[in-house]
Design a protein. Structure first.
Length: 185
């Protein structure tokens, strides 16, 4: 099933989201410019962005502050819509026109899975949760990231990805993926 990694990433993200409390919303995150509330807004909003990328429509939600309400329910709705879009006939073989260029559906679903999973890691790290998330999925996403992320996608200011960081000896696959994507682990 082409959406399996995305579904697992969504389940992982949901498992982290349900353990975030309102008093943590102002805490800092591994994403330097974002507080926990900003990260939640991105994580939820990204599901609508991915849906719109597949459908070729403007994303729903706009500047909604999901963190001010039931962000788990908002994530569930966005994830359901996102999966429905990716599950459409022929989506995986189709070239999608996205704000940053064209990409095959099969590559975009991989990007969606990696983004969702990595930001779940960011949120877990920021809120003191275990970051050893879904080890088998993390290994798969790390292998895919190593193949697809070119040096040109990295910069010191982290425009797309920061420079690769070192993961501590014995780090789990999720921590290794975070380090590869530029996070300090």
């Amino acid at each position: 099933m082409a959406t399996e990694a995305l579904e697992q990433a969504m389940a992982t993200a949901r498992g982290v989201l349900v353990n975030v409390s309102a008093d943590q919303l102002g805490e800092s995150t591994p994403c330097a410019a974002w507080k926990v509330s900003d990260l939640i807004n991105h994580l939820v909003g990204a599901q609508y962005f991915f849906e719109s990328g597949v459908l070729g429509t403007p994303p729903a939600g706009g500047d909604t502050d999901y963190s001010a309400g039931d962000f788990v329910a908002a994530f569930d709705e966005g994830a359901q819509r996102c999966l429905a879009a990716f599950s459409g006939d022929g989506v995986m073989g189709k070239m999608l026109t996205l704000p940053f260029g064209q990409m095959p559906g099969v590559a975009f679903v991989g990007l969606a899975a990696t983004d969702t999973f990595t930001h779940a890691w960011d949120l877990a790290k920021a809120t003191g949760q275990d970051t050893d998330l879904a080890p088998v999925l993390a290994e798969q996403l790390l292998a895919g990231a190593r193949q697809s992320i070119q040096p040109a996608f990295r910069s010191e200011d982290g425009a797309v990805f920061g420079p690769e960081q070192s993961a501590p000896a014995g780090a789990g696959a999720a921590d290794q993926l975070a380090a590869f994507l530029g996070r300090a682990v």
